[in-house]
Design a protein around this ligand. Structure first.
Ligand code: TNX
Length: 511
C-alpha cells in the first residue's frame, strides 16, 4: 500500500493506492528500461498538462494527450492554462537536451505521486512518450479513493528509444479502395504502437487512386474499378493532403507509391500510349499480377512520370517516393533496368529519396536509394553490395495479407500461413544474411485483394501489426513471446474501445 498526499486549491486529500508495478504494465512496444517505484499518480479532475511553449510542436503534443485522456476517461484536462503554482498532479511535457539516452525519438518518463515528467529531445520523442503514457493510465477509474473518479498511473521511470528509425506498415488502396476515414483510423492505431511510417500503395492494375491534375483520366477512368467489380474510388489532392496532415499530427510519414513499370494496367487504360503496344487494354478486376508494363523506351512515358512524381512529391513532406518496381514479368530485363535508372533520376530531381521493391536493386542505382526486401535474398544482397539501405518486409514473416491459418476468412497463403506467434518470433536484425547496418527498419504490408472494408482490414492487421511494432522498436534481447503474449492479451480493452475487429487468435488468452 502506498500513500499519496495531494493538495489542490479546492481540496486536501490523502489517497490510498493499491500497490502498482510499472514494470508489469502492458506496454507495447516494450520500452528499453523500466524502473518501477511504489505508489501511483492520481489522474483526476484536478490534473493539468503543461508543455514547453517555445519548442515547436510540444503544445500540440500536450493537446493530443488531453484529447486521448478525454476519450479514455472523459476528464477535461487543461493544457498550458493558468499558473502552474496553483496546480498539483501535473503532467509536464518538456523539451530537454540532457536525456540519459539521446537518440531521435528518445524520451524519458519520470512518474512520481506528485507529477509526471515527460522529457524528450525532439517533438517526435515527446509524441512517442505520450503513447506510453496512454498505455499506462488505468483502464478503469477507482471510485473508492476519493469522492470523484481517479485513474492511476504507476510511479517509476522509463528510459526509451527505438531500435529502428523506419517502423512502417503499407496499405494497398489500389486492389480495394479505402476511404480517408478508414486510413485515418489505421493511422490512429499505428500511432498508438509508435509506428512512424504509413506507405500507401496508390496504384496498381486494378485502380489508380490519386488525382493527378495534369492527367485527369487516371482517376476518371483508372480509378473507377477495383477487385471484384465494385466501384473503386480515389483521393482528390485535397483528400491526400488531409491524410498527410493527419499523419503528420501523429508524427507519421506518408510514403506514396506509384507502382511501375509493371502493375500499370489502370494507367494504360486511362492513357493507352503508356504501354506502347498499340492496344487499349480493358479495366481489370481480377487478382493476377505481372501482365502489364509501361513502354520503357518512349520519352513521353518519362514526361508522364515526371508530372506524376512532381505533383505527388509537392504534396508529400516526407523524404521518400516509392516507385514499386515489383513483378514486371512482361518487361524485358534490359528495359526494366533502363527504366528504374531513369525514374530514379526523376525522383531525385523532385527532391525525394527513391524506394523500390527488392527487384530495383538489379539496376545500377544510387546508394541513397532504398530496397524493400519482400522475396528475393539475391536482390537484397545486390542492394547490400551497392551500399543501399533495406526495409525488411519478408513475405513469409511480415505480410499482413497472409492468412493466419487454413481457416482464416480473409487473406492469401502463397508465401506462408502466418499465425500470431510466427509473426512475432523472428529476428529482423538477423535475417537471411542481411547485415544489420544496412537495415533501415521494418514494414508490414497489407495487400488488399481479399479485403474490401475496414473490418476486414482490421481482421488481417490486428493483432499482428502490434507485434511488428515491437520487432521494430524493442531490441531483440528484450523480446520474449511468453511475456509479449500477456501484454497482447491486455490490448483487448483498447482495441474494443477503438472498435477494432481484430482476429481473436486462439493462441492468446484475451482479456
Ligand atoms: C505480391 S509483394 C505482390 C503484390 C500482391 C501480393 C499479395 C509485392 C511486391 N507484390 O502485388 O498484392 O504479393 O500477397
Amino acid at each position: 500500500i502506498a500513500f499519496l498526499s495531494c493538495e489542490t486549491e479546492k481540496k486536501k486529500r490523502v489517497l490510498q493506492f493499491p500497490t502498482t508495478n510499472l514494470a508489469a504494465e502492458n506496454m507495447i512496444p516494450k520500452p528499453l528500461k523500466v524502473i518501477a517505484a511504489e505508489g501511483g499518480f492520481a489522474l483526476d479532475r484536478f490534473s493539468a498538462i503543461y508543455t514547453s511553449e517555445t519548442a515547436t510542436g510540444f503544445e500540440d503534443v500536450g493537446g493530443f494527450l488531453a484529447e486521448k485522456i478525454k476519450a479514455k476517461t472523459n476528464l477535461d484536462i487543461p493544457v498550458n492554462s493558468g499558473p502552474q503554482e496553483n496546480r498539483e498532479g501535473v503532467i509536464y511535457i518538456n523539451q530537454s537536451d540532457s536525456l540519459e539516452m539521446n537518440a531521435p525519438e528518445a524520451y524519458q518518463l519520470h512518474i512520481t505521486t506528485d507529477s509526471v515528467i515527460l522529457n524528450a529531445n525532439t517533438v517526435e520523442g515527446a509524441f512517442r512518450g505520450v503513447q506510453t503514457l496512454r498505455q499506462i493510465i488505468s483502464e478503469a477509474s477507482n471510485d473508492t479513493l476519493a469522492d470523484y473518479p481517479v485513474w492511476t498511473i504507476p510511479t517509476g521511470k522509463i528510459i526509451d528509444r527505438p531500435s529502428f528509425e523506419y517502423r512502417g506498415s503499407m496499405l494497398d488502396v489500389a486492389r480495394h479502395f479505402f476511404n480517408v476515414e478508414d486510413v485515418k483510423k489505421y493511422i490512429d492505431l499505428l500511432a498508438y504502437y509508435k509506428y512512424n511510417v504509413l506507405h500507401l500503395h496508390l496504384t496498381d492494375d486494378q485502380g489508380w487512386r490519386i488525382e493527378i491534375k495534369s492527367w485527369p483520366k487516371l482517376t476518371e477512368i483508372g480509378g473507377s474499378t477495383e477487385v471484384g467489380g465494385e466501384a473503386g474510388g480515389f483521393y482528390t489532392q485535397e483528400d491526400y493532403k488531409g491524410i498527410v496532415a493527419y499523419a503528420a499530427k501523429h508524427h507519421i510519414t506518408i510514403v506514396p507509391e506509384v507502382d511501375m513499370p509493371g502493375h500499370t494496367n489502370a494507367a494504360s487504360v486511362s492513357y493507352p500510349f503508356l504501354n506502347g503496344n498499340g492496344k487499349t487494354p480493358e479495366l481489370y478486376e481480377g487478382m493476377k499480377v505481372g501482365f502489364s508494363t509501361f513502354d520503357t523506351r518512349k520519352d513521353t512515358v518519362y514526361q508522364f512520370i515526371d508530372d506524376v512524381v512532381r505533383e505527388i512529391a509537392a504534396m508529400t513532406p516526407g523524404p521518400y517516393f516509392h516507385i514499386g518496381g515489383d513483378e514486371s514479368h512482361v518487361t524485358k530485363k534490359n528495359d526494366y533496368i533502363y527504366f528504374v535508372e531513369r525514374v530514379e533520376k526523376i525522383v531525385q530531381k523532385h527532391g525525394k529519396r527513391m524506394i523500390g521493391w527488392d527487384e530495383v536493386a538489379t539496376a545500377d542505382i544510387d546508394s541513397t536509394s532504398i530496397a524493400q526486401f519482400w522475396a528475393s535474398t539475391e536482390n537484397a544482397q545486390l542492394a547490400v553490395e551497392k551500399g543501399m539501405k533495406i526495409i525488411m518486409s519478408p513475405a513469409k514473416k511480415a505480410y499482413l495479407d497472409m492468412q493466419y491459418d487454413t481457416l482464416s476468412k480473409h487473406g492469401l497463403h502463397w508465401a506462408a500461413y502466418i499465425p500470431v506467434d510466427t509473426a512475432y518470433i523472428w529476428t529482423p536484425e538477423e535475417y537471411e544474411g542481411i547485415p544489420l547496418e544496412n537495415i533501415l527498419g521494418l514494414e508490414a504490408p497489407l495487400w488488399s485483394e481479399t479485403i474490401s472494408n475496414i473490418d476486414e482490414l482490421e481482421y488481417l492487421a490486428f493483432p499482428r501489426a502490434i507485434g511488428y511494432s515491437e520487432l521494430s522498436w524493442t531490441p531483440r534481447e528484450n523480446r520474449d513471446w511468453e511475456n509479449y503474449k500477456i501484454r497482447l492479451a491486455n490490448q483487448a480493452p483498447f482495441l474494443d474501445r477503438m472498435n477494432v475487429q481484430y482476429y481473436p487468435s486462439p493462441l492468446i488468452d484475451w482479456k
